[in-house]
Design a protein around this ligand. Structure first.
Ligand SMILES: CC(C)(COP(=O)(O)OP(=O)(O)OC[C@H]1O[C@@H](n2cnc3c(N)ncnc32)[C@H](O)[C@@H]1OP(=O)(O)O)[C@@H](O)C(=O)NCCC(=O)NCCS
Length: 203
């Protein structure tokens, strides 16, 4: 059952009344639209994106992206998640996704992200995920944000380190992915921890 905001104490409520638009130095993060589905399918359909994520299917069948995007608004209104498209101004080219899966009761969230392979290693994920941390702490009022990555995916670990997230543990054989048991690393950051200089621009 989603939490009923009306029955929650004031201090537990998160500000999730309006979809955010986040501006960073090079990126614009906005909610997904139905017309993004073809690009999502093309980018997330790369085997190398599915390989190091827990839930992205491969092959990425027709209709999956549309169905995924269609879940976003209700999940946001229920205070369960906020998932944003990472885009490049001024063309608006969609390059990836980042999101927070929220646990309202404990004022914490799990950070997730993927960036299309043609755009890797330009610092885009770090910039987008940094904006999500800022939004999570400063707008939603979260106290803790954590993230996992497959141990065999050091690029994602590097993103977490660049965001000043702390390595909190190694989870042995935590996931079964494509029939193989996978070790995970867990990172976390608290509201009170130092964060890299905020890169959110308030237009
Ligand atoms: C993980 C991912 C989101 C990173 O996106 P990105 O935009 O390339 O990330 P950034 O450019 O901000 O940072 C990547 C960092 O990893 C480093 N890196 C890349 N490949 C690496 C490797 N094999 N070993 C160590 N570091 C690596 C880059 O050099 C860079 O660090 P630097 O800035 O210190 O040089 C992207 O690779 C991706 O979408 N992968 C598939 C999906 C996925 O794994 N999502 C995360 C699930 S936890």
């Amino acid at each position: 059952m989603p939490p009923d905001p009306g029955s929650m104490p004031e201090e537990s409520r998160l500000r999730m009344d309006e979809w955010p638009i986040l501006h960073t130095r090079r990126l614009l993060l906005r909610r997904f639209r139905p017309e993004d589905a073809a690009t999502v399918q093309a980018l997330a359909g790369d085997r190398d994106i599915a390989s190091t994520t827990a839930t992205i299917p491969h092959p990425y069948e027709d209709g999956v992206a549309e169905a995924w995007i269609a879940t976003h608004d209700q999940a946001f209104r229920d205070g369960k998640s906020v998932i944003l498209a990472i885009t490049l101004p001024p063309t608006g080219e969609l390059i990836g996704a980042t999101g927070l899966e929220i646990c309202t009761e404990h004022r914490r969230a799990e950070l997730g992200y993927w960036v299309g392979k043609p755009y890797w290693n330009n610092g885009y994920c770090t910039e987008a995920a940094g904006a999500m941390l800022e939004y999570g702490f400063e707008v939603l009022g979260l106290d803790r944000i954590f993230a996992h990555h497959f141990t065999r995916n050091p690029a994602s670990g590097r993103v977490m380190q660049k965001l000043n997230m702390k390595h909190e543990g190694h989870m042995r054989e935590h996931l079964l992915k494509w029939g193989v048991r996978e070790d995970l690393e867990i990172y976390g950051i608290l509201r009170t921890d130092p964060r890299p200089k905020p890169n959110l621009i308030h237009p």
